[in-house]
Design a protein around this ligand. Structure first.
Ligand SMILES: Cc1cc2nc3c(=O)[nH]c(=O)nc-3n(C[C@H](O)[C@H](O)[C@H](O)COP(=O)(O)OP(=O)(O)OC[C@H]3O[C@@H](n4cnc5c(N)ncnc54)[C@H](O)[C@@H]3O)c2cc1C
Ligand code: FES
Length: 265
């Protein structure tokens, strides 16, 4: 169950021109989080902006009672967040939503990130690694070299990391969905669709392309869906998406859904 917690800032680092990492103290969120869940942050000390902003749980330590968030400055809320300093407190609700499920019978796990989609996949990679004896591959797609985040973290945790950029400035040139198809067909050493799961997080057009590949290759696939959110707890119906089981709320029923369930527009 999510709660509202005032979390003291332990560290706030600028990683690149637009990317920041926040480390926060928390007794509840750090001990109740699971990969793929998110928090809702109040980005100022006033009611402006009124709505909280959803940010994925990147990493946490139940032992040290801390958690980390990775956020990109895209608008007013995230810009206001950058003004907070170490020792100030942030008003946070979490952990929210339903995250990724790791099936212990699957042997091959392919994590696909588009842009800031890397944020929730770090904790997922750690969780899969913790189950032992699994092959973990990470495909990171970005606009350009400057927007490739977390590569070194994933290299420590996984068997292979493939980078792709839209402009070819790092790794392979092209969309990460095309790289996934080529990886499945040419590079996966022991391809076995029944023993494989794909997990993806990123912009919706990328997720749609990945869902089609997974369907075509008969591979289980979990997608972390992005929608603009208001309440974050299933009350306002603002984040509804169409699924085969009717409309579902990304904040409460997701953000992670089985790719086969999504009805794409
Ligand atoms: C479940 C979930 C987890 C997320 N995790 C992260 C994360 O770990 N790190 C991170 O940097 N961002 C994450 N986001 C996106 C983040 O919530 C938005 O970037 C943020 O709300 C923007 O707020 P803002 O006030 O700065 O920008 P706004 O002024 O609200 O918007 C600026 C621009 O960003 C776009 N935008 C805003 N919110 C979203 C959204 N939810 N989806 C797609 N586009 C949006 C707007 O269309 C607009 O173009 C996540 C979103 C969701 C739904
Ligand atoms: S954000 Fe209100 S129902 Fe999802």
């Amino acid at each position: 169950m999510p709660i509202q917690e005032r979390c003291r800032i332990l560290d706030h680092q600028k990683i690149s021109a637009t990317l920041f990492k926040l480390t926060l103290a928390s007794s509840y969120i750090s001990t109740h989080a699971s990969p793929g869940q998110f928090v809702q942050i109040k980005c100022s000390g006033t009611n402006d902006p009124l709505l909280r902003r959803p940010i994925s749980l990147h990493r946490w330590s139940a032992e040290h009672k801390t958690f980390e968030l990775l956020y990109e400055v895209v608008g007013r809320g995230t810009e206001l967040l950058t003004k907070y300093s170490v020792n100030e407190e942030l008003d946070i609700i979490g952990p929210l939503g339903s995250g990724f499920t790791v099936d212990p019978t699957k042997k091959i796990h392919i994590l696909v990130a588009g842009g800031m989609g890397v944020a929730p996949l770090r904790a997922l990679a750690e969780a899969i690694k913790g189950t032992g004896g699994k092959a973990i591959y990470v495909l990171i797609g970005s606009r350009s070299k400057e927007a490739v985040f977390c590569e070194s973290d994933f290299r420590k945790l996984t068997d292979q990391v493939v980078i792709s950029t839209d402009d070819g400035s790092a790794g392979k040139k092209g969309f990460v969905s095309d790289i996934l198809l080529s990886f499945l067909e040419n590079e996966l050493t022991t391809p076995n669709s029944e023993l494989t799961t794909i997990y993806a997080c990123g912009p919706n057009p990328m997720l749609k392309a990945i869902a089609e590949i997974a369907w075509q290759k008969k591979i289980d696939c979990q997608l972390s869906m992005e929608e603009r959110m208001a309440c974050g707890i299933g009350a306002c119906k603002g984040c509804a998406i169409k699924t085969k089981g009717g409309f579902k709320m990304v904040c409460k029923d997701g953000p992670v859904f089985d790719a086969k369930e999504i009805v794409w527009n």
